[in-house]
Design a binder for this molecule. Structure first.
Ligand code: F3S
Length: 418
């Protein structure tokens, strides 16, 4: 990697120890990926915010103590816990202490206390073509594919370095030549009724990700009117089953007004199809149980939007949840404030719903709770639930989750692809 004079002086320690360490790591990353130089980014989203091991805390604390400060606007992915209401989540002292350490270090370095995996739904929306460094798989896929901003799939800890330096190595999806679709997947046999079913989008993302793998892939046949929360669910699921950083939804993705534009009229390496049968099979894989009791409904993976809260409140319509069933919803502080202000939060609380901020439903303190089976409208959550929490999970639409929460028993209706 060829450094500018200014970058060389940072590497020599002229701006302090934290920028020196951060730049050295970014330079090594660039060399690993064959980058020729570093390039500026306008914002960073940090994923290394969730306490897992002490090393993550030590790294953040060390950089903060050495004077590391964000050079560009920087947002934060969820913490492991609800930092505003830890008592509600029954957070054990050690987890609380380590989460607070991370909080202190990142805020000291100048990050905004966003604590959300859907930064694009609370005002931090990059522009089309903007060069950014985001970590968190759903946010990366959304930024590249739905907004048309440009980021690689940045890993934990590299994200902090990018924030301190305000630059990243110039490689991968930052470069126009690497954004061409090399594979095409066509939707075949889908009807208007299927596209109107909310559950189609997470399931489609789930299948799409497993076929796309790590290749930039175009998908034809998605209705241009798919709403933003449906695209969020699709992106999150696709980035769970595949190493998906960028996909082109033809007619939706800004770089893909048509197939020729995103393939640059070159022959794709591979052409595949997704059929309703494949959705049926994916649904069967995700839903091990078809009936019985559910005691934990988890929504907000990725974090719930204001529009999703409004729809949920309408579906619940003031009904009380079943006494043995909890409904937890995770969202950002910004959206929490909006629903509080609009009276939606109190209506949901009166029904028995608990809304958490900042955290992630897959990271809750398991030993403090004793659920037996989960349900969610998120294919990402359903995909990871068993391995992360030990609970089997069921995928349902929002309406199915609501009816299940009210009755305490799995309520699912036949999907149009059955
Ligand atoms: Fe967000 Fe946790 Fe889901 S970080 S996308 S709520 S797994």
């Amino acid at each position: 990697v060829k450094l500018t004079d200014n970058e060389k002086s940072i590497l020599d320690g002229a701006k302090g120890e934290a920028p020196r360490i951060a730049l050295a790591i970014l330079k090594d990353l660039g060399e690993l990926f064959g980058a020729e130089e570093l390039m500026p980014v306008s914002q960073v989203h940090i994923d290394a915010t969730l306490y897992m091991v002490d090393a993550g805390v030590e790294f953040a604390e060390k950089l903060a103590a050495l004077g590391g400060r964000s050079a560009v606007p920087t947002s934060l992915n969820p913490s492991a816990i609800d930092l505003l209401h830890p008592e509600r989540l029954r957070v054990p002292p050690e987890l609380l202490q380590n989460s607070r350490k991370l909080e202190t270090a990142y805020l000291e370095m100048g990050a905004a206390p966003t604590w959300t995996c859907a930064p694009y739904q609370q005002g931090l929306v990059p522009r089309f073509g903007e060069q950014i460094a985001w970590a968190e798989s759903n946010a990366i896929a959304f930024a590249n594919s739905i907004i048309g901003a440009r980021t690689n799939r940045y890993a934990d800890l590299v994200d902090i370095c990018a924030s301190i330096v305000g630059k990243v190595p110039e490689f991968g999806l930052h470069l126009d030549k690497n954004r061409r679709a090399e594979q095409i997947i066509r939707l075949e046999g889908f009807t208007g009724e299927m596209f109107r079913d909310e559950k189609l989008y997470p399931l489609l993302g789930y299948v799409f990700g497993s076929l796309a793998g790590d290749q930039v892939t175009a998908l034809t046949g998605m209705p241009p009117a798919a709403d933003i929360d449906a695209l969020k669910g699709f992106s999150a699921a696709a980035a769970s089953t595949g190493a998906v950083g960028l996909f082109h939804l033809v007619g939706i993705t800004p770089e893909a007004p048509d197939l020729e534009a995103c393939t640059r009229s070159l022959r794709p390496k591979e052409e595949m199809v997704i059929t309703p049968d494949m959705l049926r099979a994916a649904e069967a894989t995700l839903n091990i149980e078809e009936s019985g009791a559910v005691d934990w409904i988890a929504l907000g993976c990725p974090h719930y939007s204001f529009a999703e809260f409004r729809s949920l409140a309408k579906l619940l319509d003031g009904r009380r949840l079943h006494g043995d069933t909890a409904m937890w919803i995770y969202t950002s502080r910004a959206v929490y404030g909006w629903i509080e202000n609009r009276g939606i939060l109190s209506a949901l609380n009166n029904s028995g719903v608990t809304v958490f901020t900042d955290g992630c439903p897959l990271q809750f303190p398991r030993n403090a709770w004793s659920f037996s089976r989960a349900m969610s409208n998120s294919a990402k959550f359903t995909h990871y639930c068993f391995s992360q929490t030990g609970y089997p999970a069921i995928l349902g639409s929002t309406a199915e989750c609501v009816e299940t929460a009210v009755t305490g028993k799995i309520q699912r209706r036949k999907s149009p692809w059955h």
